[in-house]
Ligand binder design. Structure first.
Ligand SMILES: O=C(O)c1cc(=O)[nH]c(=O)n1[C@@H]1O[C@H](COP(=O)(O)O)[C@@H](O)[C@H]1O
Length: 235
């Protein structure tokens, strides 16, 4: 891992604690953090999240999106989990993002504050999907618009696809931590993802972190799949 500038997060998307632990152990030594999200948390609860993450840095992906007071109060309930990263939806707007920022600062001790990441446009969306929800223009324009709003409102970083890294860096500079799902090693199934790149392409584009789920967890040999992706990031 030393020398790698793009780090790997493995998404432990399952309802089963033993399975999550097994995947974490299989990816150990290759992944730099684990992500637990809506599927696991709704099935097993917050206490199980910390147990499933073990000693790995935890990306807690709850994608909070509600009125500012509710989002802030929800963040206040997460103190015991000691996450390294936490997600909200940028489309929740300026006041919601700012409330999340304040809640993170109040909830976590200054040395162990999670990065507050704002999801811009989901990687499962394309231009047509965006138009269907009433957003005109391109995905890139919307990602940059939401990215700017989120960073102005106190986010530490953004979740985006690899395709928007260059326009985001052009618009916002090197400050935002860019976390990039929608990663598909050459030849792997897209599933529901629309805006994808390979690990090597995401690294070349300048991703700080990539998020990989099924290409590792549904591989016949998850440890080997994680090792191959880590090698692609280090090459
Ligand atoms: O916030 C995320 O992590 C996220 C945002 C996004 O736009 N797209 C996206 O796929 N994700 C998450 O990244 C992971 C991708 O999983 P795979 O498609 O299986 O690699 C899932 O856990 C998603 O919830």
């Amino acid at each position: 891992m030393p020398g790698r500038s793009t780090r790997l997060i493995v998404a432990l998307d399952t309802k089963d604690t033993a399975q999550a632990v097994r995947w974490r152990e299989q990816a150990a030594g290759h992944a730099d953090a684990v992500k637990l999200g809506l599927e696991f948390t709704y099935a097993r609860g917050l206490d199980a999240v910390r147990a499933a993450a073990g000693d790995s840095p935890l990306f807690l992906d709850l994608k909070l999106h509600d009125i500012p007071n509710t989002v802030a109060s929800a963040i206040g309930s997460l103190a015991a989990l000691r996450p390294a990263m936490l997600t909200i939806h940028a489309s929740g707007g300026r006041a919601m993002i700012a409330a999340a920022r304040r809640a993170v600062d109040e909830t976590f001790p200054s040395g162990s504050r999670p990065l507050l990441l704002a999801v811009t446009v989901l990687t499962s969306m394309d231009t047509q999907g965006l138009h269907e929800v009433g957003v005109p223009g391109s995905v890139e324009e919307q990602v940059v618009r939401l990215g700017r709003l989120a960073m102005e409102s106190g986010a530490d970083g953004l979740v985006c696809s690899s395709h928007e890294i260059t326009p985001l860096r052009r618009a916002l500079g090197d400050g935002p931590v860019l976390v990039v799902p929608g990663i598909r090693p050459a030849g792997s199934a897209l599933g529901d993802q629309k805006r994808v790149m390979t690990p090597a392409q995401a690294r070349a584009a300048g991703a700080d972190w990539i998020v990989v789920g099924r290409p590792i967890t549904r591989a016949p040999d998850p440890a080997a799949a994680a090792a191959a992706i880590a090698a692609e990031l280090s090459a």
